[in-house]
Design a protein around this ligand. Structure first.
Ligand code: ADP
Ligand code: MG
Length: 706
């Protein structure tokens, strides 16, 4: 039983109707189709609606769309230049008029196959050529064939390559092979989802879905069929994610923050100089709920630049302190760590909270003091860089670790924090690299995701302009105007290691030019880059942040986190060399205060299509999530971080950029099932368990085998 049921889908492709060994070879090499199962999951990438016929007399009005016409084929003629046939033509008439069919290749096939005088259904795009209605390279079949075909009016279009076309692997051939296979074997397609899942999600049965994907009865059945197959695909992916998450929650007991205490309330009531946004409040609630469960929290907080993640992190840290624990905050660079340290110290001033900063450049004596304070519990909050995860750092009771700008920290570094206390601390990861929620749910399947999707009130969106080199003087004038109003300007240069020498020179040249244009002492231009010592960098950033410097020329060291509300202009040099996500990050350095801010993208004249689209995207929106989605479309989501490892590159029908809703529904379904029955032991979950095992083994899922 078992064998006969699995085997039909493994039938080598050459044995399917109309294929044979030669075409099979092409299908394998070109499309990776080896067996019947592969062919069934070779889903059409679009469908054409053939429900409507046109008469020839109607065609002058419908150029540029694909139309279908039925008529009688007239004489097929060769048009020659010298001895060479350059095209073939034929007429098709239907009583309302005559149209011309034209071919520029495939002549011998045409001669052999087309029958003059026969009725044909032709399908293709109409154009008016020398005053005549004509159609080049129409798809065509005789009316008899058409009527005998198993197709409905929605006809699938499968992807093809030049080689498959040459090998005679037509759309029709693929359809026929699938059709005859299904006629014989479709009873072997078994359900892979339980009755409950099908019912609760209103899903079409598997057999019906596969049939409808290849031979849709109508639009509605087609969309239900596609929904079902996408759901299945995402569902098993989510099952794996949710199981991981449950396993972790069970394994790691976390610190329980039972009380909401003095510090949290005092801060909220007296130290907050602004009203929290609704999104900030919601995320704080989500965190509060997490830390009260007794299980370890692993939460990712996504929020666009400037959305106010720091204060959310601080309030979470205060929850830890209120329960007698310590908290730490880790940032990817010294500059950032220092900024966080400064702003956190400022915010908790007078509350009796001891905050310290620990980085690679903390002096030995001071470091010793800090290490001692962390060990005996005198220090409540420590902010720092990677220095925090060194072995010498021992906490009395670290219960919460906040990690800012997660993409710079690997999983391994995250886990090193865990060794630092009795239980693994709660982990709060803050990222300003918004990725679409669907993707986040999957890439970070083991993390819960919170989103701060609202900017503080009163922020004005940054105005973004794209300028070429010839507008340089105008841009300089604009900078001057802003500086004369008391504002400050960032100028950022790309620096990519391979071409570092050149890039470095550009940066220094750019700085020198600006320094000459903006004469001292009225103006003060500073430059900061990676070749400087940490103290030197800090001193320069400090001069900029205190307003002594008007312009800061830099590489992307200021990419993340730096918070200087008085800076209103961000000039990005050679902007075409930055990725969309990075451009957005850089832009986020301005627009932090009450004044209107500007981002100026300077590029060369010659832009690739891709670069042009990036510039257009930046000019057209300031919404980080939209940018992320566009970025994903431009780069393809396969290139996004984490995607490869998550196995999502293998999706056959679901599309992460489009199927957010299905993803969410499938995740919910997976959660509901696994929270009650994590190992799928209940009898009515057997079908899910078996299917899941098949998927986990990386095998094609053709149903669970009884
Ligand atoms: P990011 O999310 O980019 O880390 P920050 O936490 O640095 O953003 O916050 C950016 C600025 O906005 C800071 O100056 C901060 O004090 C301020 N801010 C944060 N939340 C609010 C709010 N609800 N209302 C007004 N300003 C806020
Ligand atoms: Mg920040």
């Amino acid at each position: 039983m078992e064998n006969s049921q699995t085997n039909v889908f493994l039938t080598p492709i050459e044995y399917l109707k109309g294929i044979g060994p030669r075409r099979a070879m092409t299908l394998k090499n070109e499309l990776g189709i080896y067996n019947a199962g592969d062919l069934l999951t070779f889903y059409p990438f679009r469908y054409v609606d053939k429900s409507r016929f046109y008469t020839v007399s109607q065609l002058r009005q419908v150029q540029d769309v694909d139309v279908q016409v039925v008529g009688r084929l007239g004489r097929v003629e060769e048009v020659k230049q010298g001895l060479k046939v350059v095209r073939m033509t034929a007429t098709l008439s239907d009583g309302t008029g005559v149209m011309q069919l034209v071919w520029f290749k495939g002549f011998s096939w045409i001669k052999r196959n087309l029958k003059e005088g026969e009725n044909y259904v032709v399908y293709g795009r109409v154009s008016i050529f020398a005053g005549r209605v004509s159609m080049a390279h129409p798809e065509m079949e005789t009316q008899l064939q058409y009527e005998a075909s198993p197709m409905g009016t929605l006809v699938p279009v499968y992807s093809s390559t030049e080689k498959t076309q040459k090998a005679g692997i037509t759309q029709r051939l693929i359809s026929t092979a699938i059709h005859s296979f299904l006629e014989q074997w479709d009873s072997h397609i078994h359900e892979t989802l339980s009755r409950d899942v099908l019912k609760e999600n209103n899903l079409m049965g598997r057999r019906e879905a596969i049939r409808n994907i290849h031979f849709p009865v109508d639009n509605e059945s087609l969309s239900r069929a596609r929904y079902r197959m996408k759901f299945e695909e995402l569902f098993y992916m989510q099952m794996a994610m949710v199981r991981k998450k449950i396993a972790r929650a069970n394994r790691f007991t976390g610190y329980k923050f039972a009380v909401v205490g003095r510090l949290f309330n005092e801060f909220y009531a007296h130290h907050l100089s602004f009203e929290l946004t609704g999104a900030q409040k919601r995320v704080i609630k989500e965190i509060r709920r997490d830390v009260n469960t007794g299980a370890q929290m692993n939460r990712l907080v996504q929020g666009d630049v400037g959305s106010g993640k720091t204060v959310v992190a601080l309030m979470a840290m205060l929850m830890a302190l209120d329960n007698g624990y310590q908290a730490c905050m880790m940032a990817p660079t010294e500059i950032l760590a220092t900024q966080h340290y400064n702003s956190i110290s400022r915010m908790v001033e007078g509350m009796g909270v001891r905050v310290e900063l620990l980085t690679g450049s903390t002096r030995t004596a001071h470091r010793r003091e800090i290490l001692e304070g962390l060990q005996n519990g005198d220090i409540h909050i420590v902010v720092g860089t990677h220095a925090l995860i060194e072995d010498t750092v021992i906490f009395k009771n670290l219960a919460l670790a906040v990690i800012d700008e997660q993409h710079r920290f690997g999983v391994e570094q995250r886990s090193r924090l865990w060794g630092k206390s009795a239980f693994p601390p709660h982990v709060l990861v803050m990222t300003a690299t918004p990725i679409p929620r669907t993707l986040a749910m999957t890439v970070y399947g083991d993390l819960d995701v919170s989103v701060i999707d609202e900017l503080p009130a009163g922020r004005r969106p940054v105005q973004t302009l794209h300028r070429y080199e010839q507008s340089r003087l105008g841009v300089l004038g604009f900078m001057k105007g802003q500086i004369d109003k008391g504002r400050q300007v960032y100028v950022v240069y790309p620096l990519i290691e391979e071409s570092e020498g050149m890039d470095y020179k550009n940066l220094i040249d750019g700085y020198t030019d600006l320094d000459e244009y903006f004469e001292r002492p009225a103006y003060n231009v500073e430059v900061v880059h990676g070749r400087m010592k940490a103290e030197e960098k800090d001193a320069i950033i400090e001069r900029f942040s205190s307003g002594v410097a008007n312009i800061l020329v830099s590489t992307t060291v200021i990419e993340v986190g730096v918070d200087i509300p008085n800076a209103t202009v961000m000039v990005i040099e050679s902007a075409e060399r930055f990725g969309l996500a990075q451009l957005h990050q850089l832009r986020g350095r301005v627009g932090r205060g009450r004044e209107q801010s500007y981002c100026i993208l300077m590029t060369g004249d010659k832009l690739s299509d891709d670069a042009r689209r990036r510039m257009e995207a930046m000019v057209s929106t300031t919404d980080g999530f939209k940018i992320a989605e566009l970025d994903m479309k431009l780069r393809g989501w396969g290139d996004m971080m984490g995607v490869r490892q998550s196995g999502m590159a293998d999706l056959k029908i679901a599309d992460l950029t489009r199927d957010a809703d299905i993803m969410a529904a499938s995740r919910e379904a997976a959660q509901k099932i696994l929270f009650n029955d994590p190992d799928l032991r209940e009898p009515h979950h057997e079908i899910l368990r078996r299917s899941y095992d098949v998927v986990m083994k990386g095998k094609a899922l053709w149903g669970y085998i009884s």
